[in-house]
Design a protein around this ligand. Structure first.
Ligand code: SAM
Ligand code: SF4
Ligand code: SF4
Length: 336
């Protein structure tokens, strides 16, 4: 099992199955038009499965299918079935905006999907439309309840909180998750990609989020799952469930980051804020053996020195941080 320059092993693989999306969330991909990766450049299900299998051999325990919006990729259930069958894989999860979930949940469940994360930033239909620029809240709620009816567990909701936009929705989201037995995770707004115009003023910190929640629903800290998960988890003192906060900006967790990412067009990316990826597709398509692919993947991982969020916090503290000074790969390409 290779360890990187800071002694972090590779344990999680996030696979972006498409860069396309049926939403245009203002914090993620706010532009109306993007130059999509052409179909022939997108990894096939066979290519993804081959790489995923090699990664499991290298120590990956968890795989997340993401995007873009993974459910806009046709026949995603076929990929779920292939990845779920990889021997040694402990956990497979899908992250989705939920809009197409109700119509696809039967096939996904039949293919072996057991758990799911669904993004939900507000319960106000008009605000939902504004934040996603084209989403229909009703469809997403249908998706959430369809996943519940199909016995997926746990169902986690992801809410990105942006100051002045949905910070007043936090308590309502908590109440919704408690009422329906769902786990919610609040995510600090990050400067992903190059076009969301992030500023630190738009950030609502983990401390503020927790203060707001615990003033109504007292919480007890549980900690990070396996010590390395992005989310710090809390349980409600009244016993009615738990929640998590992903504080990538104010409490970076780079020192325990074990995540590799694979873009839809087959680039291996070692950090959410990377400027470039390593082209694995070229190797897959020129007949490279499994053995040589493993050497390549291990070599990239061993050379990894990423700690972007930790560096950002230091720069923010000394007021030197300029999010635009560093061009990043868009989040839709590399899988959030
Ligand atoms: N389309 C799917 C979805 O929205 O769940 C999967 C891909 S999306 C890029 C993955 C996650 O990244 C979502 O939970 C989304 O809220 C989160 N995300 C996107 N932009 C973000 C930002 N600027 N800051 C924090 N999280 C962000
Ligand atoms: Fe699409 Fe997900 Fe990004 Fe929203 S967060 S634009 S749903 S990829
Ligand atoms: Fe991992 Fe990069 Fe995020 Fe740090 S900034 S936790 S290295 S993905």
């Amino acid at each position: 099992m290779p360890a990187d320059a800071y002694n972090r092993s590779v344990k999680d693989l996030r696979i972006s199955v498409t860069d396309r999306c049926n939403f245009r969330c203002t914090y993620c991909m706010p532009l109306d038009q993007y130059e999509w990766i052409s179909k022939k450049e997108i990894l096939t299900f066979e290519e993804i499965t081959r790489l995923a299998t090699l990664f499991v051999g290298l120590g990956v325990e968890k795989i997340r299918l993401t995007g873009g919006e993974p459910l806009v990729r046709q026949n995603l259930d076929q990929l779920v079935a292939k990845v779920a069958a990889i021997s040694g894989l402990k956990d497979l999860c899908l992250t989705t905006n939920g809009a197409l979930l109700a119509e696809k949940i039967d096939s996904l469940k039949a293919a072996g999907l057991k758990r799911i994360n669904i993004s939900l930033d507000t319960l106000d239909p008009e605000k939902f439309r504004r934040m996603t620029k084209r989403g229909d809240l009703e469809k997403v709620l249908e998706g959430i309840f369809a996943a519940k009816d199909h016995g997926l567990h746990p169902i986690k909701l992801n809410a990105v909180i942006e100051r002045g936009v949905n910070d007043d929705d936090i308590l309502e989201l908590v109440e919704f998750s408690r009422e329906h037995g769902l786990a919610i995770r609040f995510i600090e707004y990050m400067d992903v990609g190059n076009s969301n115009n992030w500023t630190s003023e738009k950030l609502v910190s983990k401390a503020e989020i927790l203060e707001k929640i615990s003033s109504r629903y007292p919480l007890r800290e549980i900690g990070r799952d396996q010590g390395s998960a992005p989310s710090v988890d809390y349980e409600f003192i009244d016993g009615r469930g738990d929640l998590g906060v992903i504080a990538s900006v104010t409490e970076p967790f780079c020192s325990s980051c074990t995540r590799a990412r694979l873009t839809a067009d087959g680039k291996l990316v070692t950090c959410l804020f990377s400027q470039m990826g390593h082209d694995v597709k070229a190797l897959l398509r020129n007949g490279t053996s499994d053995e040589d692919l493993v050497k390549f993947l291990s070599g990239v991982w061993r050379a990894r020195r990423d700690r972007y969020s930790a560096d950002r916090l230091e720069a923010m503290r000394s007021s030197h941080y300029d999010p635009k000074s560093h061009k990043k790969i868009e989040m839709i390409s590399l899988g959030g």
